[in-house]
Ligand binder design. Structure first.
Ligand SMILES: NC(=O)c1ccc[n+]([C@@H]2O[C@H](COP(=O)([O-])OP(=O)(O)OC[C@H]3O[C@@H](n4cnc5c(N)ncnc54)[C@H](O)[C@@H]3O)[C@@H](O)[C@H]2O)c1
Ligand SMILES: N[C@H](C(=O)O)[C@H](O)COP(=O)(O)O
Length: 329
């Protein structure tokens, strides 16, 4: 089978969240096109949302099934599901779904993994050892510590250099080496998976006014500028450190392909404010392609039929484009 025709493996996410209904909506949006997926999860849960579903035995069957029904590689749930009321007894099924999807991508049967949202706290209460998908995926792929989170929408790409840690810990963990490693991974991925021949990279400062020559903080001088100098010696087109408050204005955004940010919310607040509907989260630095919608489980609206599947559709489409870039035919 040509690489670009390989189906995507879509995880179940938290079954009490909006995953089942946005999965049904995404299938309705994509059923007539070339992006196809198999859900690794529970068919009955998706059928509740008025779409035909069919259990399949192998992901190769997606090609025959997808136009008629949502293909599902079954994963058994441990407890009944009430939308909006997560149950940690289903944590094993949630993580099994992720692990199986990763295995399908690692062995080449799936073109990419696309994940439905999980609740970090629900999994943590059940003993899950990772802060989120990003870190779990790196562990499953045997590249722990190499993971880089990038969020993208048509207007903006952002990378938080520190990810799922408290703001205080993020400041302690920020290092020249960490900035260099995340930027190198991002640069390589923009070329390989996004087809950008010479990525333009903007490095955010950490402090107000990017420290204003050290008068409002010195991390720009001690950590960030040394990283920029090293990356420039690598040959990268990289500018900064820029004052974070004006880095995301429309004229500033036109000057770069990705903004490297120092902590989670410095990156994700502008992205989700500009375009939460079409935003996509992707994990760089893995041997496989992984995307996800940019929103969470939305327990507050789960099961009410009002969840917008647009971000999941965007994630599925982006995974398909990335696979095509990585494996051109
Ligand atoms: N990729 C992921 O797995 C992922 C991403 C972000 C958050 N989370 C998890 O999700 C849980 C809830 O997080 P949160 O409340 O901060 O964020 P959230 O994105 O779940 O919800 C924020 C707000 O946006 C709304 N919303 C989200 N997606 C929507 C959609 N598709 N259509 C319409 N409205 C939508 C929600 O109803 C809520 O009001 C947390 O446990 C968090 O860990 C998971
Ligand atoms: N940090 C992401 C966000 O706020 O949208 C989100 O929690 C996703 O994390 P994982 O993909 O690692 O689960």
């Amino acid at each position: 089978m040509p690489e670009e025709n390989r189906p995507l493996a879509l995880t179940m996410g938290d079954p009490a969240g909006i995953g089942p209904e946005i999965t049904a909506g995404a299938w309705q949006a994509l059923r007539g096109g070339t992006i196809r997926f198999a859900v690794v999860g529970d068919a009955a849960l998706i059928a509740r949302h008025g779409v035909p579903v069919r259990d399949i035995g192998t992901i190769a069957q997606v090609a025959d099934v997808f136009a008629q029904a949502v293909p599902v590689l079954p994963v058994a749930l441990a407890a009944p599901v009430t939308p909006g009321q997560p149950d940690s007894r289903n944590a094993g099924a949630i993580t099994t779904s992720i692990a199986r999807a990763v295995e399908l991508a690692r062995n080449g049967q799936a073109g990419a993994v696309v994940t439905n949202p999980i609740s970090k706290i629900v999994l943590k209460k059940a003993g899950f050892a990772y802060p989120g998908h990003t870190e779990y995926l790196a562990a499953l792929c045997n590249v722990p510590g190499r993971e880089v989170m990038m969020l993208a929408c048509p207007e903006l790409r952002v990378v938080p250099i520190t990810i799922h840690v408290s703001l205080r810990r993020a400041l302690d963990e920020l290092s020249t080496e960490g900035i260099i490693a995340a930027t190198r991974t991002t640069h390589a991925a923009l070329i390989r998976d996004f087809g950008i021949a010479a990525p333009r990279i903007a490095m955010a400062g950490l402090n107000p006014h990017a420290g204003e020559d050290g008068s409002m903080g010195t991390e720009e001088q001690t950590l960030i500028i040394p990283a920029i100098e090293t990356l420039r010696r690598d040959g990268m087109d990289i500018t900064g450190p820029w004052p974070p408050d004006t880095l995301f204005t429309p004229p500033a955004r036109a000057r770069y392909d990705v903004a490297m940010c120092m902590y989670h919310d410095q990156a994700l607040i502008p992205l989700k404010t500009i375009d939460m509907t079409n935003g996509v989260n992707t994990t760089l630095g893995l041997p496989i392609i992984r995307t996800s919608p940019d929103h969470g489980t939305a327990f507050d609206i789960a099961g009410r039929g009002v969840a917008d599947p647009a971000s999941l559709v965007a994630a599925l489409r982006m995974a398909g484009r990335m696979a095509e870039h990585r494996n051109p035919t």
